[in-house]
Ligand binder design. Structure first.
Ligand code: ADP
Ligand code: MG
Length: 571
């Protein structure tokens, strides 16, 4: 996993090297200071040579100046490195997640996906920057300081480090506790993202049912959970930092006592003593740093693990290696012996055989839940059939490139999904490079032109999140305009007008018949009035396709269709 992680450094080799070298250099400079002070106290102070003292101070000033410049580079460039890697990962993940199949989204919560793309990756970015750099520098300063301490007085140096194993043990102990807390935290964040998504996204429903209190209470639960997890992690952090602070001060106190003793015994000079004390501080600093790396490592790695998991989830449905470009399709569709179920055991469709000729309009009717939508969603390969084949113009759809297949199928559904943005952006979703002229043509054919002209902003009118500022009919017309622009040879109308009142439905029906002219059209409808004129009506029930034929034939046949007809129109 680390190898995969380091692969992300590759584009930023130079940045990493520069940052790393500067950090190493800064670490070395930090070690100089105690040595200079040592010489200062032992040689310069007794000599009383002011000019030498002056130059020593100038030297120190230079060291500090240089070091502060290095700090700048390390902080700025180092964070750039981290954020670059984070951005790359996020971009890659987003692109990948978009390719995942419907089935994946059926089974994963948006909130969790969001958490993986935001907070998780931030932790990874932090670790990418601080991890290797801090660890290396800390180790270097630690060893450097220890060597210098040994050189000054090896006995005192050895006495000073006896406490280290205790500190290491403590770190590891708290680290284990932290990993657990972070895993819980990620889960909590995902959970409450999901809550926010649901409750705020569905706020209109919430208010309509006046369930604000209920939602707040449910949210409070998640919120509280998160707080508790955070409390736990801060408690562990606090315990860790207070105990290690105390132990470290103990080291200093110990050095102070033993050092004083050594100085009195004439084992070391006062300058060496002061230098040694300062070095002990430098020596203890990295322990804190290593502690914080050890702390960020599990966070980052937990994030990276879930990142990889998602990135390595293969889309169930993708182009096969030898997929072909379908070319322009006429829309001659053949379902042969198609069986499909969402969950393995329960089959929604069994052994379906159906031929739809190019240009034909076929209507699907039947009880809700019979599988009409499912049948239609197999055609653009939102799901793949378990067995059997579907061909368009004689080519198996699994052999076609997905883009060339889906590019030639247009779908208008009952609930139109509009993106927050302008009318123009939403229509141009059907053809991202459409010229204004073509957009207006589509708008005119969808009979939306009058409405748009009445808006002060015209096509640039902002329609709000998911198009909340439009009426149901306007949304549907927008979806139709989008389809005129896309101009696909195959069209699926899935209860496109079911949510509308009869007046609006009638008006939109006209646009829809115009839209379906010259295309192979699959219409799903529960109001039979809207499909009377279809070339063929196919009745889908739990038993599969039970009847098909023209309207009058089916009414006369006295089957399911005639019963539906009776229910809607009387006999
Ligand atoms: P229709 O369009 O005829 O009303 P659908 O095709 O939407 O029916 O649904 C057929 C059956 O498949 C229903 O029992 C429904 O519960 C189930 N179903 C639909 N979509 C999914 C899904 N994404 N995951 C699991 N089951 C589904
Ligand atoms: Mg349906």
């Amino acid at each position: 996993m680390l190898q995969k992680f380091f692969a992300y450094y590759k584009p930023y080799k130079t940045l990493f090297l520069v940052d790393f070298c500067c950090a190493v250099f800064a670490g070395l400079l930090e070690l100089c200071f105690p040595l200079v002070v040592n010489k200062f106290v032992d040689n310069l102070l007794p000599s009383g040579n002011w000019s030498l003292i002056f130059w020593a101070c100038v030297g120190l000033l230079a060291i500090y100046g240089l070091n502060s410049l290095l700090q700048y580079i390390v902080t700025y460039w180092g964070h750039q490195l981290g954020i670059n890697i984070e951005t790359d990962m996020r971009g890659k993940l987003f692109t990948h997640v978009q390719k995942l199949s419907f089935r994946f989204f059926d089974n994963n919560k948006t909130g969790h996906l969001m958490a993986r793309m935001t907070s998780n990756l931030m932790e990874i970015g932090e670790m990418a920057h601080h991890g290797p750099e801090d660890l290396f520098i800390a180790a270097m300063t630690l060893i450097g300081a220890f060597v210098l301490m040994l050189l000054i007085n090896w006995k005192l140096a050895l006495l000073a480090v006896i406490i280290i194993p205790g500190l290491v043990y403590l770190s590891l102990y708290f680290n284990r506790k932290m990993i657990y807390a972070f895993q819980r935290m990620f889960k909590d964040i995902g959970e409450f993202n999901t809550r926010v998504e649901d409750s705020i996204g569905g706020v209109r429903v919430v208010q309509a049912f006046t369930n604000e209190k209920y939602e707040s209470e449910r949210f409070a639960e998640n919120n509280e959970q998160y707080r508790q997890t955070k409390f736990i992690s801060y408690k562990i952090q606090a315990q860790n930092s207070s105990i290690s602070y105390f132990l470290m001060r103990l080291v200093i106190l110990f050095v102070l006592v033993c050092g004083t003793w050594f100085v009195i015994q004439g084992e070391m000079t006062s300058g060496e003593f002061v230098g040694f004390l300062l070095l002990s501080n430098v020596f203890l600093g990295p322990i804190n740093k290593i502690n914080s790396v050890i702390e960020s490592y599990p966070k980052g790695m937990a994030g990276f693990k879930s990142y990889l998991e998602l990135l390595e989830t293969d889309p169930d449905i993708a182009d096969s290696p030898d997929a072909i470009d379908a070319g322009h399709l006429r829309g001659d569709i053949q379902f042969s012996n198609v069986t499909f179920g969402y969950e393995n055991e329960a089959k929604v469709l069994r052994n379906i055989d159906l031929r739809i000729r190019a240009g034909e309009t076929v209507a699907f009717v039947g009880p809700s839940g019979a599988g009409k939508t499912t049948l239609c969603s197999l055609l653009p390969r939102f799901y793949d059939a378990e067995s059997g084949t579907i061909t368009v113009d004689g080519i198996d759809i699994t052999r076609m490139k997905l883009a060339s297949l889906r590019g030639q199928i247009g779908i208008v559904q009952q609930d139109v999904f509009l993106f927050s943005g302008t009318i123009r952006e939403n229509i141009a979703y059907g053809d991202l490079h459409a010229a204004d002229k073509d957009i207006w043509e589509a708008v005119r054919r969808a009979r939306l032109d009058e409405f748009i002209r009445a808006q002060p902003e015209g096509l640039a009118t902002v329609i709000g999140e998911r198009g909340v500022k439009l009426s149901g009919g306007q949304k549907q017309r927008l979806a139709i305009a989008r389809m005129f622009l896309k101009n696909p040879p195959i069209l699926i109308l899935d209860e496109a007008t079911s949510a509308l009142d009869t007046e609006t439905e009638k008006a939109i029906q006209q646009s829809l018949s115009e839209l379906s002219a010259g295309r192979t059209t699959l219409v799903i409808a529960h109001r039979l009035a809207t499909i009377k004129n279809a070339d063929r009506i196919v009745v889908v029930t739990e038993q599969g396709i039970t009847e098909q034929g023209k309207h009058l034939e089916l009414v006369a046949a006295g089957g399911v269709y005639s019963k539906l007809h009776e229910a809607q129109f009387g006999s």
